[in-house]
Design a binder for this molecule. Sequence first.
Ligand SMILES: [Zn+2]
Length: 470
Amino acid sequence: MAVFVLDKRSKPLMPCSEKRARLMLERGRARVHRMVPFTIRLVDRRMEDSVLQPVRVSIAPGSKTTGLALLRDSETVDATAGEVTRTAGVLMLLELQHRGQAIRDALTQRLAFRRRRRGNLRYRAPRFNNRTRKEGWLAPSLQHRVDTTTAWVARLRRWAPITGLSTMIHRFDTQRLQNPEIQGTEYQQGTLLGYEVREYLLEKWGRQCAYCDAEHTALTIDHIHPKSLGGSDRVSNLTLACFPCNQKKSNQDVRVFLAHDPKRLARIEAQRKAPLQDAAAVNSTRWALWGRLRGTGLDVEVGTGGRTKWNRKRFSVPKAHCLDAACVGHVDAIRRWQQPLLSIKATGRGSYQRTRLTRHGFPRGYLTRNKSAFGFQTGDMVKAVVTTGKKVGTYLGRVAIRASGRFNIQTGNGLIQGIHHRFCTLIQRADGYGYSWTKRALNKGDAGMGAAYAAALSLPGMNPGVSRAN
Ligand SMILES: [Zn+2]
């Protein structure tokens, strides 16, 4: 995993390798700027004197987890064919875990409590209409997804010289499917068009077998009116069938195959004629994200879900949110994707509700006005070196403060309770996210970020102290 590098005025330079970062720290040419993601600041370099290559952030938006990949593209132009081949070199893989459900739960609870509190007032006629919603309004849990993703793009721009963005809006390319030139075996697996057609059919037919409604099974593309009887290859003649149904139907006409079930036959006939646009479910969150990304002024490339899947299969890359991100858009090859990933979990910044309530809405206790205790705040990343007592050892993780001074530390190996504040050193201020470095290493490589991090901590006189938030 690459290390972010900043110049002496904190302007982003090209990310470097962990080894290089370690050497520069040892030689005193750099300072630790931030622990996670590991960022160093060169003391003697200015951005103006450095050579920067194009760096791209590629995004695979998801409902619970959004994959992000930091890529360095190298393009080679084939002079004879006039084609540009783009090879994406992976610099860093990140996964952002959203907290949409937590937001939804909190707001639902607030609504219930408020109803209980105010429900016994007498009825008053509304004085004005305060129920209008602005255009482009998203539910708070969805808005959060857009906000955190754009916030991370902005952060990455502060740490690396980002020149372009890639994201996904649609699952398939409607324009491409409308092309009447779809012929022969073109829709089959293996081609880009095949993947686009498949994504389209999955969306249109609700990810189930058209003949028996089987879900969560391998679905094959089926000609409603078989080709042997003159059926066309147009997408309007295609549906999805499970393997047994596909075998049973074989090259019968759908009217013969479904003679015993006229209702289903009518439904399939109606559904297959549905226009393309109706099947293309517009994902408002992805649209909103795309709008925000365009607002950055950078080039925003848009890929489809079908293309991402096609790329992933072509490059034999396993399924992971961050690797999906690396495969978004026009990519012809991908390098160095076998690396650990940084998991980023949106944790929020605590509750503003001063009164804690029980499940039944009765007050249970009060949050203190003061969010910090003994110089620490819940969410801070701390290192605790415990020298006495039962819990002797070194712990690194996210702290939850207690007024008593005995803190809890959430480490990679579980929760450690009752650590006295005097054992704790601040590593990084809370920024609304929890980090884990090697939660899911994609290969058996070294500890990635952990190694550079550990090396920095062990350097003599290299206590990072309080790094600046963000
Ligand atoms: Zn079936």
